[in-house]
Design a protein around this ligand. Sequence first.
Ligand SMILES: *Cc1c(COP(=O)(O)O)cnc(C)c1O
Length: 395
Amino acid sequence: MAKNDDSSERPEHPETEVVHLGRKPFEQHGFVNTPVYRGSTVLFPTLDAIKKRTQEFTYGRRATPTTQALEEAIAHLEGGVKTVLTSSGLAAISTAVLAFAESGDHILIPDNVYQPSRTFADKMLKKLGVETTYYDPLVGADIAKLFRPNTKLVLVEAPGSQTFEMPDIPAIAAAAKAKNIWVLADNTWATPLFCKPLSLGADVSIEAATKYIVGHADAMMGSVTGNARAAKFLDNAKETLGTCPGSEETYLALRGLRTLAVRLDRHQSSGIAIAEWLAGRPEVDRVLHPALPGDSGHALWKRDFTGASGLFAAVLKPAPEKSLAAFLDGLKLFGMGYSWGGYESLVIPFDPTSYRTATRWHGPGPALRFHIGLEAVEDLIHDLDEGFARLKAAR
Ligand SMILES: *Cc1c(COP(=O)(O)O)cnc(C)c1O
């Protein structure tokens, strides 16, 4: 468990932390949950109060008791000193990058980054005069060879989106630290329960809370958590950019957080079971899941993570489009759609050749990203098994 400000206390287990963090029942008449505070205006009782601005809450965009509860909980889980909330995971990434990068800077982004992060760099950062180099996520300490005098930050994502290569965060962070370069980690896959990037040397940990923290596919939310060095930059970026989450969304994220540990446990075990089943199928070329012992990222995952989520990919052997359509279109339990981290299972096809620039992707067949939900493994396998029968029949 990460240390927080009251490190004199015995560290609690993550299962316990997610239940109790950010809750102050006796400040709310004993009610268990922090209520939804809706609001823009906050009243100051006196002229003196408005001049000094010393009261805890001053304006809805800055903070409410609801957002404060979630920020405190996430900051503690990440082992950081400051969390700012944003309206989405992508807004968390843009807010975090804009907290540090300025015109004339150079930044490094992994080639397997979440695609909209790439679009943000290619469209918005470029326009602002920030240059991006995409790097091979397996670069390790050799990241130093890509540093320039004006390199301001390195983004890492572990494992990377869609193809799940596992970067060596401590090696990248150590190289960056030696040159005073900020390290920002997109930690959405693992959540702060299974990986704590700040303890691996990153300065900032970013979560698309939309995924596992919200956990029910019913809200958008992002969080950015910084260490002591990064905190004031994040605060300043949040203030000046004006990003803030909605009150209902914040409540839903707090509610999701309470069951995060128990849900993740199930996503992990079911995900591994189905990944192993897929790896044994004749229609599958390979499975990309760092928790599988044969995976190229397994050793790093074991060293740096305490668990795996339910998101991974499988690359099929060559199959014509109509076979793939027969497989996907007839699935009864797996939905096809973006995002993940909810209670339901999902599958989506993807093609890394369409956007990669620093690395080569080898098929040989279509690639599928799976999110394993909370359904029974046997039912999910039955659904996929029928899908493979349709795939074969449609050839
Ligand atoms: C989904 C996702 C995001 C963006 O989150 P949104 O809330 O959808 O904006 C960022 N990073 C990763 C790795 C994601 O999977």
